[in-house]
Design a binder for this molecule. Structure first.
Ligand code: BDR
Ligand code: CA
Length: 327
């Protein structure tokens, strides 16, 4: 793995992160910001874990905490394409990032909508852009509808969402897909290369108490904020799943987008249920090829947990080495 450093290398992969921070989105941002081999063109936010106002504010707070003062951040859709917004305060708290005080943001929002920002940045990039959505897919679906010409300059969409066998928000659905299933359907049927990083893997991308202690003992100013945030997140998961550990769902998607060798994938057809009586938001993954539909996604089926954890510690360590916003 390449050493992380403050800004991108000349051969760094251009990335756009579309997120709804969110504890694990925060860690995803940190990996994308710290990795020398990612050129982070911007962060766009969407309503999901919390309202659009809150997720945009949280993205700005995270950028401020890690000293990424020039990071372009653009706020996107306030609600799903056709449905009422469902948020996740039971997991991420009332602020969307409960558990520690983040600094007041000094990083401004771009004065344009996230969808316009994505369009401009993708069309303006001299190399195809990797798009990493880690929230509901509303902004991405809007982008593909508004500016279909961006397809020509999208390398791949590596999304956190869905699952083969796991679920969290209903017996069969994962949160990001459930919140905006029509948007997810638009992405999976877009014909673009899609990698799905779902709950089957991300529920194993766990940070536990010994990892929190390791962060605290590092003495870094970013680690000192991340540790209590992830403890809060782990506590929320303990109430629902019985294990006190924080699944870093979204950070795993960024890590796999950055280095596909971190995961094993299989080509499957994935359909999104948009009309189910009980199953809306389910990703129906045809693992046995029974539908005869050609594969439309690479589905991540295995990953290297120890390598993933090293990536997280290295990213946060890199950000700890920057000056603290609190002086
Ligand atoms: C997904 O839902 C959100 O709560 C997390 O940030 C992650 O993107 C996991 O289902
Ligand atoms: Ca998320």
């Amino acid at each position: 793995m390449k050493t992380m450093r403050v800004s991108g290398e000349p051969d760094a992969k251009p990335f756009l992160l579309d997120c709804d921070p969110g504890h694990d989105d925060m860690v995803a941002m940190m990996v994308a910001i710290a990795a020398a081999d990612i050129e982070l063109l911007g962060v766009t936010t969407v309503a999901g874990n919390q309202t659009g106002e809150k997720t945009a504010l949280n993205a700005r707070r995270v950028a401020t905490l890690v000293g990424e003062h020039n990071l372009p951040i653009a706020k996107g859709c306030e609600r799903p394409l056709y449905r009422e917004l469902r948020t996740a305060p039971h997991i991420h708290g009332n602020s969307g990032l409960d558990g520690a005080d983040l600094p007041e943001p000094t990083v401004a929002l771009r004065p344009e909508h996230a969808v316009d920002f994505m369009e401009r940045v993708i069309l303006g990039s001299d190399r195809p852009v990797t798009l990493v959505p880690t929230g509901p897919l509303t902004n991405v679906a809007m982008l593909l509808r508004k500016a279909p010409q961006v397809r020509e300059n999208i390398e791949r969409i590596v999304l956190m969402g869905g699952s083969m066998h796991e679920s969290n928000v209903t017996p069969v659905a994962e949160f990001n897909i459930f919140v905006d299933p029509e948007a997810a359907d638009a992405v999976f049927t877009s014909g673009l290369p899609v990698t799905m990083v779902g709950l089957d893997l991300t529920y194993r991308a766990l940070f536990g108490e010994e990892d929190f202690v390791r962060l605290e003992q590092s003495g870094g100013h970013v680690s000192a904020v991340v540790a209590p945030l992830l403890r809060f997140f782990a506590g929320a998961y303990e109430k629902r799943r019985g294990t006190r550990a924080a699944p870093l769902h979204d950070a795993l998607a960024v890590a796999i987008a950055r280095d596909p060798s971190l995961a094993e994938t299989r080509n499957f057809h994935v359909a999104v249920e948009t009309q189910g009586r009980y199953t809306t938001g389910q990703t129906v993954v045809d693992t046995r090829g029974v539908t005869g539909n050609p594969p439309n996604a690479e589905v991540a089926v295995e990953f290297d947990l120890q390598r993933f954890k090293s990536i997280i510690f290295e990213a946060i360590g890199c950000l700890d080495a920057r000056p603290s916003p609190l002086g």
